[in-house]
Design a protein around this ligand. Structure first.
Ligand code: PGA
Length: 243
């Protein structure tokens, strides 16, 4: 089975109109990439970013969506609105949303269904805290998140799974190769479809990307901080292309 690798950038709550030049430079550097390249800016930048990356090989995604298609939900954004703004992916169940907004796996599953209904690919995030790893609960936690967050009907075309250990996000710390390999092997076995792409996320940078991409069952990366600069993200995309 051929799996098209994916380098996804998550800008989180960063970025302004001025920084769209980074997206433009990334798109110009990857006019016809041999992997999929994705940027997920804050919602305020989606439509403008769609404009500046036109003609390049970069796709757009949202960072969250509401489970309902529309309605009285002040401050929220629906999956169809993301699609309308030019997105083809949406990140769901990121640990920052699970922590900051109390999102449960059941909430995430509802959002995944909404994403699919609007034609978006859902990138579902799972990952253990440091305390859970220390307690030997890593695979149990991830297994429960996976079962709870994945509605029936997930397949390689509509779903990507990202393994993001909470303790590795934004900390500069990464798991050992063996730790990543163990979780990714578990995800491969438990994914609903053998072709579902499995991303690693958490402090991926131009210096460690190539090594991470050699680990079995790692089909790409979900990158936070290092996706904000075109130069850094370009190096990560190139490392994925060469892997
Ligand atoms: P980081 O974030 O690359 O800044 O560690 C990754 C993520 O949260 O997706």
């Amino acid at each position: 089975m051929t799996i098209t690798k994916l380098a996804a950038g998550n800008w989180k709550m960063n970025g302004s109109l001025k920084q769209l030049g980074e997206a433009k430079a990334l798109a110009a550097a990857h006019l016809s990439p041999t992997v999929e390249v994705l940027l997920c800016p804050p919602a305020t930048l989606l439509a403008q970013m769609a404009h500046v990356i036109q003609g390049g090989g970069v796709q757009l995604g949202g960072q969250d969506c509401h489970a309902a298609p529309k309605g009285a939900h002040t401050g929220d954004i629906s999956a169809s609105m993301l699609f309308d703004a030019g997105a083809s992916f949406v990140i769901l169940g990121h640990s920052e949303r699970r922590a900051d907004h109390g999102e449960t796996s059941l909430d995430v599953a509802d959002k995944v269904e909404a994403a699919w209904d609007s034609g978006l690919v859902a990138i579902i995030c799972v990952g253990e805290t440091e305390a859970q790893r220390d307690a030997g609960e890593t695979l149990a936690v991830i297994g429960a998140q996976l079962t709870g967050s994945l509605p029936h009907g997930a397949n390689a075309d509509n779903t990507v799974i990202a393994y993001e250990p909470v303790w590795a996000i934004g900390t500069g710390r990464t798991p050992t190769d063996a730790q990543i390999a163990e979780v990714h092997a578990f995800l491969r076995t438990n994914a609903p479809d053998a072709g579902v792409r499995l991303l690693y996320g958490g402090s991926v940078n131009p210096g460690n990307a190539a090594a991470i991409f050699t680990i079995d069952n790692v089909d790409g990366a979900l990158v936070g901080g290092a996706s904000l600069k075109a130069e850094d993200f370009t190096q990560i995309v190139t490392a994925l292309e060469n892997s």
